[in-house]
Design a protein around this ligand. Structure first.
Ligand SMILES: [Zn+2]
Length: 285
């Protein structure tokens, strides 16, 4: 499933490919992708004659900006965008086609059909679902250490599910949570409220570093992820935990273990990420 770095890569690619293009017509071939307005015909009609001005991201959502509207698109498991010539053969699982006046087309493909598109009048999109209740944006300047600590403090939940909860912090999924917790030396089942300020600071830095590294590498290609230009992301070669069960930890050499936390497969190093904090009490005894 694409996570923040992959969606960020798609965003950057789309900004290179569709800005300035004007929509002549929209073809909705699978109506369930269109969540708002209710009628796909209306969706198509509203977008007719609109020009794309830019693409932003909020969490794992893409925000495609036109003259009068914001198209909020979520790729879910397998959604992909590509820009094609109108004469290119239509590939299987192409569900929405934006025909441009210059003869090119933006096509949305989705084998699993879980992706969604919501169309809002420009400027109203943040007040409504699905963007309304989203949490901190980890690559934004508003993501400060204090804001991060305020979100987690006093929580009795395990740290991993909390980091996966989009109402606390957006865009980090299973892969990057495991990587960030390893980088910070924190066991995924630690109670969030039990983390010291020092540990929270390490985790905060680890999240930013992990996501930035992944964005720089173009996102992971686990589960056949491909960005908007057909390039395959390279970050999977840098993953230190995810998918490495049984391999030696690159930091200490201990065998990497896999367990299930809150229903999700979870990789960790039991030596680098002890469940009990190496506590201060011992030193005084
Ligand atoms: Zn280790």
């Amino acid at each position: 499933m694409p996570e923040l770095p992959e969606v960020e890569t798609v965003k950057r690619t789309l900004n290179q490919l569709i800005v300035g293009k004007t929509i002549e017509q929209v073809d909705v071939r699978l109506r369930r992708i269109i969540q708002r307005p209710e009628e796909p015909d209306e969706f198509a009609l509203l977008l007719q004659g609109q020009t794309f001005h830019g693409v932003d991201r909020r969490g794992k959502f893409l925000l495609l900006r036109t003259d009068d509207f914001t198209l909020v698109s979520h790729l879910r498991m397998e959604g992909r965008y590509g820009v094609y010539d109108k004469n290119d053969p239509m590939e299987l699982h192409t569900h929405v086609v934006f025909h441009f006046t210059d003869g090119s087309e933006l096509r949305y493909k989705d084998v699993r059909q879980f992706g969604t598109m919501h169309l809002f009048p420009k400027g109203t999109e943040l007040n409504e679902q699905p963007l309304k209740k989203l949490g901190l944006e980890p690559l934004d300047e508003t993501f400060t250490l204090d804001a991060f600590i305020r979100k987690l403090e006093g929580r009795t939940t395990k740290i991993k599910p909390l980091l996966l909860n989009q109402e606390y912090i957006v865009g980090i999924g299973n892969i990057y949570v495991d990587e960030s917790l390893f980088a910070a030396g924190i066991h995924p089942e630690r109670e969030a409220g039990s983390l010291s300020r020092k540990e929270l600071a390490a985790l905060y830095e680890a999240i930013i570093q992990t996501l930035n590294d992944a964005v720089a590498a173009g996102g992971s290609s686990i589960k056949s992820y491909v960005n908007g230009q057909g390039e395959i992301g390279m970050f999977q070669h840098q993953l230190q935990m995810y998918g490495r069960k049984g391999e030696p930890c690159q930091h200490c050499g201990h065998e990497i273990e896999k367990t299930v936390v809150a229903g999700r497969g979870t990789h960790f190093c039991p030596k680098c990420q002890p469940l009990k904090r190496k506590n201060a009490r011992k030193a005084g005894a």
